[in-house]
Design a protein around this ligand. Structure first.
Ligand SMILES: [Zn+2]
Ligand SMILES: [Zn+2]
Length: 294
């Protein structure tokens, strides 16, 4: 079975170039930024070379396309200015997702900055609801699980479950297919979830796969970020490593990727790359080897 395996690559020089880049390293699906990931300013929705982009997707047989939102976004912020900027930015990203006929915008929800989940959860749910009401019907908001560093939201998958439920109550957004989530293997490992066989996990240890079952989170899961981790298990730190070079046991990662429900999902690499320039052919090869061995 051919798996959907691709990477986050640079869109420098135009989003059409990102398609060429992911094809050049051997990927068949794509994740990109709609602009610079570190500034609020955006190019403008009329500034993208869409004709070339779509013809490249066809030429290189690349699908689906995911957008990764800015890292500056914080829907849990208690600063009105920051919250407004986050909202406006995500509105743009969702409009971009519609424009490129994408499969969703992956969002790091942000950090409660010490205020706690309980103090920020209602606000996050409200913002997601307002965003989905304000954006095109064919755009999709995808919550990404976090490593839990510095009060980051959604390191605990119960928080993802709760937000999906609130959105369903508010606007049937889950039923409408407009809200889902993304599982990052590095973040899950850093947040203390074992990726391997749940039946072989020690007592008191958290199993990612068992939690997905328990919380009924499979049907809303749209993609997996496949990253190794530079930091130890349960470190709460978010530093990606190249596949096989980090602290995630390869057999555990392999078991996760071979899980029936994961087999049909797109796999996107966000690794540093051998030369530090981002996902490369070597990491795609390593991921393919893991999948072949499944
Ligand atoms: Zn990720
Ligand atoms: Zn990360």
């Amino acid at each position: 079975m051919t798996r959907n395996l691709g990477a986050h690559v640079s869109a420098a020089g135009g989003i059409d170039k990102a398609v060429e880049r992911v094809a050049a390293i051997g990927g068949n699906c794509l994740q990109l930024f709609s602009g610079s990931p570190r500034v609020w300013a955006k190019p403008g929705l009329d500034k993208y070379p869409l004709v070339k982009f779509f013809s490249n997707l066809e030429k290189y047989a690349i699908a689906p396309v995911f957008t990764h939102a800015l890292y500056l976004v914080n829907l849990a912020s208690d600063k009105p200015d920051n919250l407004r900027k986050s909202f406006d930015c995500l509105k743009y990203e969702l409009e971009f997702d519609s424009l490129v006929k994408g499969s969703g915008v992956i969002v790091h929800l942000g950090s409660h900055q010490g205020r706690g989940w309980a103090a920020s959860s209602e606000q996050i749910a409200e913002q997601i609801n307002l965003l989905l009401a304000a954006t095109p019907d064919d755009s999709t908001f995808l919550i990404e699980n976090s490593a839990g560093q510095k009060g980051k939201i959604a390191s605990d998958l119960h928080e993802v479950r709760w937000l999906l439920d609130q959105a369903e109550i508010a606007g049937k957004w889950v039923s409408k297919g407009r809200l889902g989530w993304c599982f990052d293997t590095c973040h899950a490992h850093a947040a203390g979830n074992k990726l391997g066989d749940p039946t072989k996990i020690g007592s008191g240890e958290k199993s990612a796969l068992a939690t997905l079952d328990e919380l009924d989170l499979w049907s809303t899961l749209r993609l997996v970020h496949v990253n190794d981790s530079k930091d130890p298990f349960a470190s709460g730190r978010d530093r990606h490593a190249n596949i096989g070079d980090g602290t995630i046991p390869p057999a555990d990662l392999q078991f996760f990727l071979d899980t029936k429900q994961v087999q049909k999902l797109s796999l996107i690499l966000e690794v540093p790359g051998i030369d530090g320039k981002g996902p490369d052919a070597e990491n795609i090869e390593r991921a393919k080897k893991l999948l072949d061995a499944c």
